[in-house]
Design a protein around this ligand. Structure first.
Ligand code: PLP
Length: 458
């Protein structure tokens, strides 16, 4: 196959895009973010075409969702075949093959967790919400622990766990009571202010839970669950030190608390393993999946130890969750993703090497981190190492206008989360465009990032 490159023939937004954006801005909810004026007509693999004939290289996969690439033929065929048979019957009340097959398939991953049961949802936030209910129901306890910088979705339970952007919580209260937020273990930005990578496990924030929270504030016998992203997603693509999750596991075992891994972003092959838990050799009691699970069809899953998913008939359900078309898409997606895991690891290494090479020449890149194709580059003011969100905002826009789709996360990180089908060619193209963008950034070391980018023409 010919190697593809981005092609921007009409400066976006072109006339067709502008018409659609105008209609959208008139009628859609003002709460939508709309990062940049990309108006999609179709996609194929890692490539996205807009309505004015431009072609973009996608390194954000629709926020980590297009795992198999855009419109993978095997997934599209599975969707067609399923839609031809029936669109809906309700998996909560009746049976069909793809629903049962998918539950069995998801229960087969992470054998170290032992026998499992699966509840299917329509989204990540519903999986989080269901897990909150399951954890309370199973333990008969009320408190939950979550992490600063964490993101778990947009429903009331999920935003009660969130602690990444205040706008997601502002004026939606009262939120769920009984949520304890502790710092996430971030080796680059230790909560205790240690220099990067010097504190190791000594500053493990999980210690604060046992030394302070469980001594002064909350009896651990009242704590139902710890909700944690094994790799922080929206909070900045942070990979915790090895001991962090193991420590959380020990705390949970000591106090009968359930460990819940929110793998909505890190799961389904994104890190080169089906689930990130495998890298850390720590097994949760409940694992949550969504995003890449069905290549873009709305589906999520609560995967729990059989001994934990004990809620009785009628206690939880969903009209659409595990819709037959979505289940078919998920089964086809898992077939494709299982075949990509090794290449995700290898391509991820090439990606990180390339980003580190840029880091050595552009001191605004403070940290490069990640696993597989879940990679982040944190941008900083070179003198102070303070997060430089202004650079990230401008880089996103510059890259878009050169045909590269990027997305930020956290305060000042660009995430690189392409479809899992990308190879060396796409990584090289991405790095080339990123370098051009970095060259266009005015980077006087002394100016504030905001002042520096003020004059950039988009
Ligand atoms: N959990 C994590 C870790 C996520 O990254 C997200 C979405 O970004 C969610 C939950 C919410 O998923 P959804 O948007 O499908 O509700």
């Amino acid at each position: 196959m010919n190697k593809l490159y981005p092609e921007v023939k009409v400066a976006p937004p072109g006339p067709n895009a502008q018409a659609i954006i105008a209609m959208d801005q008139r009628h859609s909810s003002p709460s939508y973010i709309k990062e940049y004026p990309l108006v999609v007509e179709r996609g194929e693999g890692a490539w996205v075409h807009d309505v004015d004939g431009n072609r973009y290289l996608d390194f954000m996969a629709g926020i980590g969702v297009a795992s198999t690439g855009h419109s993978h033929p095997a997934v599209v065929k599975a969707i067609h075949d399923a839609a031809d048979r029936f669109l809906h019957i309700c998996g909560t009340d009746f049976y069909y093959d793809s629903f049962s097959q998918l539950c069995a398939r998801l229960a087969s991953y992470l054998p170290e967790m032992g026998p499992k049961r699966v509840f299917l949802t329509n989204s990540g936030t519903e999986a989080v919400e269901g897990a909150l209910k399951l954890a309370r129901h199973h333990t008969r306890r009320q408190y939950v622990v979550a992490f600063k910088g964490g993101f778990h979705g947009r429903t009331i339970g999920a935003i009660s766990l969130n602690s990444s952007k205040v706008a997601q919580r502002a004026f939606f209260g009262p939120l769920l009571p009984g949520v304890i937020h502790i710092p996430y273990a971030n080796p680059y930005r230790c909560a205790n202010g240690c220099e990067p990578y010097t504190c190791g496990d000594a500053c493990n924030p999980a210690l604060a839970l046992e030394r302070e929270w469980f001594v002064n504030h909350v009896d651990p016998r009242e704590v139902a669950a710890i909700f944690v992203e094994p790799i922080l997603g929206e909070g900045g693509y942070v990979v915790p030190p090895a001991g962090f999750l193991q420590h959380l596991r020990r705390i949970c075992d000591a106090h009968g608390i359930l460990l819940v891994f929110d793998e909505v972003q890190s799961g389904i092959g994104r890190t080169g393993r089906m689930f990130a838990a495998e890298h850390f050799k720590v097994m949760p009691d409940i694992l949550l999946s969504a995003k890449g699970i069905a290549s873009g069809m709305p589906l999520g899953a609560i995967i729990a130890r059989e001994s934990v998913m004990t809620w009785p008939r009628g206690s939880h359900g969903s009209t659409y969750g595990g819709n037959p078309v979505c289940c078919a898409a998920a089964l086809a997606t898992l077939d494709v993703v299982e075949g990509l895991l090794d290449s995700v690891l290898a391509t991820g290494e090439v990606l990180q090497r390339g980003l580190r090479a840029l880091q050595s020449r552009f001191p605004v890149i403070g940290d490069v981190r990640g696993v597989g194709l879940m990679v982040g580059a944190e941008f900083v003011a070179p003198e102070t190492r303070e997060p430089a969100g202004a650079y990230v905002a401008v880089l996103e826009q510059l890259a878009f206008r050169k045909g590269l789709l990027l997305l930020s996360c956290g305060k000042s990180t660009i995430r690189f989360a392409p479809p899992l089908v990308v190879g060396r060619h796409e990584v090289d193209v991405m790095l080339g465009i990123l370098e051009q963008c970095l060259r266009e950034l005015p980077l006087p070391a002394t100016a504030s990032p905001q002042a520096a980018v003020a004059g950039v023409k988009l």
